[in-house]
Design a protein around this ligand. Structure first.
Ligand code: G
Ligand code: G
Ligand code: MN
Ligand code: NA
Length: 251
């Protein structure tokens, strides 16, 4: 209750900010985009994790305005990067169930001037647990705007292959739990990653391996054919100003 009040205040008083983690091409090792990750610096309690406050936002209805702020801020930041660099944002299933989402996305694109194909929306498979019709039409409305869609945390939830048949994803993000330790001998993870990659390739989808921390994991993931890599081995999430510095250095 108190935390919900504090969160409401953080939204209007600049208490929220975004950090950006690089996503790197496996082939070229160049940065192809950044994932926007929400942070809350609480005036008394310090940093609070999104795993703690996003559920509060979802239960209180605050996820609507917070999600809108994330979209606007991320599009505005990304509009200053090289024009082949994308931004990915996480969309809560609650936002996804709101028929107003496409117009929020459209306004964020229009307000920032960001090209739609530079915005990637990350969706988890829990969106499929609610009614089918609304979900199908939301996917086609979002695709109709020209944005990219990514299936986040793949392999952790229900992972029904029917979702891949039904929904127009451009990318599958392989969950960190498969990537971490994949390089350890005897691990089953590399077989699973390999299977996901071949499935994605057959469907014309990219793959991002998430959470690679070591050089061994990196080498294995590249060998298994993931098209993209995101993990501490390439970079931790950094503030928008730091992204601008990176963009000037490499751009
Ligand atoms: O960045 P970190 O690993 O702390 O993120 C923890 C969780 O919070 C991840 O599952 C991530 O998807 C989620 N998360 C981070 N930023 C956002 C956001 O802007 N919106 C939503 N809905 N979830 C987010
Ligand atoms: O659920 P989602 O994939 O959106 O969550 C992304 C989260 O994973 C981010 O909060 C980010 O901080 C975290 N993350 C990204 N790369 C790594 C990594 O290499 N190691 C660890 N431990 N966490 C990571
Ligand atoms: Mn994500
Ligand atoms: Na993920």
């Amino acid at each position: 209750r108190q935390l919900e009040e504090d969160l409401r205040r953080a939204l209007v008083e600049d208490g929220l900010h975004l950090v950006y983690q690089p996503v790197v091409s496996s082939k070229t090792e160049r940065i192809t985009g950044y994932e926007a990750l929400l942070r809350w610096q609480h005036p008394v309690r310090g940093a609070i994790s999104p795993t703690q406050f996003v559920p509060i936002a979802e239960d209180s209805g605050l996820i609507g305005p917070i999600g809108e702020w994330v979209l606007r801020t991320a599009c505005r930041d990304a509009a200053q990067w090289a024009d082949d660099v994308r931004v990915a944002i996480n969309v809560s299933p609650i936002q996804f169930a709101n028929p107003g989402l496409p117009s929020v996305v459209m306004n964020a694109l229009a307000g920032s001037g960001l090209a739609p194909q530079r915005l990637e929306l990350e969706i988890t498979e829990s969106v499929f647990l609610t009614d089918g019709d609304g979900t199908d039409s939301m996917f086609s409305r979002l695709k109709g705007l020209g944005v990219r869609l990514a299936l986040d945390d793949f392999g952790t939830g229900y992972s029904s292959l029917g979702y891949l048949k039904k929904a127009p994803f451009d990318k599958i993000k392989i969950d960190q739990s498969f990537v971490r330790g994949a390089a350890i001998k005897g691990s089953r993870n590399s077989a699973i990653i390999k299977a996901i990659v071949s499935l994605a390739e057959a469907l014309g989808m990219d793959t991002t391996a998430e959470g690679a921390e070591t050089q061994d994991e990196l080498a294995l993931i590249r060998q298994l054919g993931c098209s993209h890599i995101q993990g501490y081995v390439y970079g931790r999430p950094v503030p928008a100003q730091e992204v601008l510095v990176q963009q000037h250095r490499h751009g």
